[in-house]
Write a protein that binds this ligand. Structure first.
Ligand code: AMP
Ligand code: MG
Length: 402
């Protein structure tokens, strides 16, 4: 029986296996999935931090009417905390410095007139002063031992800054799965070749490879000719060296679509073959005991592309322990008619509006072989199988690939 998309997706996620973890330098952790909590090793900020260049005073003196402050010393950033010895004086302070002991308020140079009197530098206040101004209080952003990052976080630029701040030079991240992308078909020639009229350059393995590369995964590439015995041999040699296979083609009803039988011969447990979706109906999925999970995607380029983002990427993210992603939605910007009893994945261009709404514009699309249509799209909008007419203004889920 053919599964619907929801059932197929559930079945795919039930096979998720943990890829395990490894420790890497925080500098090479960008794009990886964190697998340990990261705590604040000390308060943020770690001391009462001066936020303006100027002077630090004791507010009481100002409150009593004092306007002129004699400079005692300078507290620069990166120097140990000084102490004001005469409470009626001030300390010059620089942004990033520790607030001097016995001071509690910082007045910026912009609110001061500088002068000199009997060899002493002094400042006269020319603007109202608020007690405690221009100080970033110790621990006001984050208390020590707060969990800053939880397992499952995707490490990006904001996370890199936090890892650096807490001195986390080595970080535990998900191990990247070993993936093989497998092309099939006698019509395919290498990219560097000049194809004969009846031949094509293999493209699917490169778009799949690029999708994986964006997740930090460098897949190996394998090509299979339409020859069942050779397919068995080549795939058998891959069984123990890979965690995931993503193949393209040879799973439909053609005379030379040997892959389902070949996978069965190798001992794969088939989870399903065919899903009520367009494109991508011939999608076959299975697992080997102590061997790879197999995403046997249809050969038509848009089909394989859509299946990658709908099934493969969520599986890989879950296997690496990534926090689940929020579903995205968009407003259909033009009406669509599609009456096959299949969930329809239509390439759309997303455009966010000044009113905050995301519009999805269906792109000219000649069907699942139309690989160039993806150049003008950012996502697939998902139109449910139960309906045939989809009106402008209706809201549907989108699966983004850009
Ligand atoms: P198949 O599922 O093997 O019948 O392939 C369906 C269509 O996709 C055929 O037109 C194939 O030539 C094409 N195709 C299959 N694999 C690839 C690939 N790796 N790159 C480009 N086109 C492919
Ligand atoms: Mg083929």
């Amino acid at each position: 029986m053919m599964l619907d998309v929801t059932a197929a997706f559930t079945a795919v996620l039930q096979t998720v296996r943990d890829t395990g973890t490894e420790r890497v330098s925080f500098e090479s952790a960008t794009g990886r999935i964190l697998r340990e909590p990261v705590l604040a090793d000390r308060p943020f900020p770690p001391f009462d931090r001066v936020t303006m260049d100027g002077i630090a005073i004791r507010y009481d003196s100002y409150a009593r009417g004092q306007q002129i402050f004699v400079v005692e010393d300078i507290q620069a950033a990166g120097t140990p905390q000084l102490q004001l010895s005469n409470l009626a004086n001030c300390m010059e302070v620089m942004t990033g410095a520790v607030l001097p002991e016995l001071t509690d308020t910082v007045i910026p140079y912009e609110h001061l007139d500088a002068s000199e009197h009997e060899g002493f530098r002094r400042f006269t206040v020319n603007q109202p002063v608020r007690k405690g101004q221009n100080i970033h209080k110790k621990g006001s952003d984050v208390k020590a031992d707060t969990v800053l990052l939880s397992p499952g976080a995707l490490l990006g630029p904001a996370e890199a800054g936090v890892l650096a701040t807490v001195g986390k030079t080595q970080v535990q991240v998900a191990r990247l799965p070993r993936v093989a992308v497998i092309s099939t078909g006698d019509e395919l020639v290498p990219v560097s070749a000049t194809p004969e009229t009846h031949q094509l350059r293999m493209s699917n393995v490169y778009s799949l490879g690029a999708s994986l590369q964006q997740m930090g995964i460098n897949a190996r590439r394998v090509h299979l000719e339409d020859n069942a015995a050779e397919m068995v041999n080549t795939l058998r040699s891959l069984l123990y060296e890979t965690d995931v296979w993503i193949s393209s083609g040879a799973v439909s009803a053609g005379k030379y679509d040997y892959l389902p039988a070949v996978l069965q011969q190798l001992g794969m447990r088939q989870v399903f073959h065919k899903v009520k979706q367009r494109p991508g109906k011939p999608f076959l999925f299975g697992t080997f005991n102590n061997g790879p999970v197999v995403f046997a995607l249809p050969g038509n380029p848009v089909s394989g592309f859509m299946c990658f983002y709908r099934y493969v990427q969520p599986w890989l993210q879950a296997a690496m322990g990534a926090a689940p992603q929020q579903p995205a939605y968009a407003v259909l910007a033009e009406k669509v008619h599609f009456d096959a009893p299949l969930e329809y994945y239509l390439p759309v261009k997303l455009q966010s509006q000044p009113n905050g709404k995301m519009l999805a514009f269906p792109q000219p699309y000649q069907g699942s072989g139309d690989l160039a249509s993806l150049l003008h799209a950012d996502a697939f909008i998902t139109l449910p199988a139960e309906k045939a007419l989809f009106k402008k203004g209706e809201i549907y889920p989108v699966w983004k690939f850009r």
